[in-house]
Design a protein around this ligand. Sequence first.
Ligand code: HEC
Length: 284
Amino acid sequence: MRSRFSLTLVIMLLLALLAVVPAAAGGWAVITLDSLPENPTAGQPLEIGFMVRQHGFHPMDGLQPIVRLSNPATGERITLTADPDPDKAGHYQAVLNFPSEGTWEWSIEAYSGVQRMPALQVATANASAEGAGLSAAGPAPLAWGLLALTGLAAGLLLLRSGKTRLALGSGALGLAFAAAALVAVLGSPARAEASPVEVSSVETGRRLFLAKGCVMCHSHNRAESNEWNVNIGPGLSNYSNSEEFLHSWLKDPSAVRENAAMPQLELKEQEILDLIAFINAREE
Ligand code: HEC
């Protein structure tokens, strides 16, 4: 009887501890975006998904994560709540809508912590229309150029056959067409704007360092740190290591070291490569 009583007491104490410990520790979670958002465009809904893991390890259900977006240039601010994914524990989804183009800053708040996400360069809504305009303007310089060549060639032929006046005339016409070709080339919208901006592997890795939640546990002077982080991992500003080691470490820390205190964050192959490029990059 006595032993049963003490067992109940122990169980009750344990339950009480379980209820108290997360609150006492302040409760913190690591937020890991499924992937970096691609081609955010004003006026076009952008779906995102992310995991919330308590202390980096345990998927957390039953939360109402808050997503905050802001465009510092226009002062616009948007706040929305992410929905739980019925198919995956600890996974949440939200649809972002950007009313204007430009640099949008954003963060996700879950389980009392806020995690800053890498800023998004939101394109103008009519970017694709501009692209179409560019290809329509494409053949124009070519046509003018051909006319210019014809004019100049005719001028040369006429000059040879002694018809100086006519030769001068068609030569001038050729030059005029050449000028038109030049205007058509210079006047067309900048080509660089039409093609998506190339982002280096190092820069992608830097963004992933925020988006995957590394920043919650590691400081790094080339990745804006959160106002809020736990820094339980080593600082990585001056850290580098072999690609082989980092590859296996980021893929699954506990496969490298038993009881590794770093979680496995389900990183994709390309994300691992970009993170390695960022970690091993040195400032010029
Ligand atoms: C929940 C906290 C946490 C998160 C999130 C986290 N780490 Fe770690 N990390 C640690 C801890 C703790 C260690 C030390 C682990 C050990 O030695 O067992 C560590 C170690 C490391 C090391 C050094 C490994 C070595 O032994 O040389 C690297 C590099 C690293 N982490 C990169 C990352 C990257 C990149 C991410 C994001 C994809 C990340 N970490 C996310 C906690 C974290």
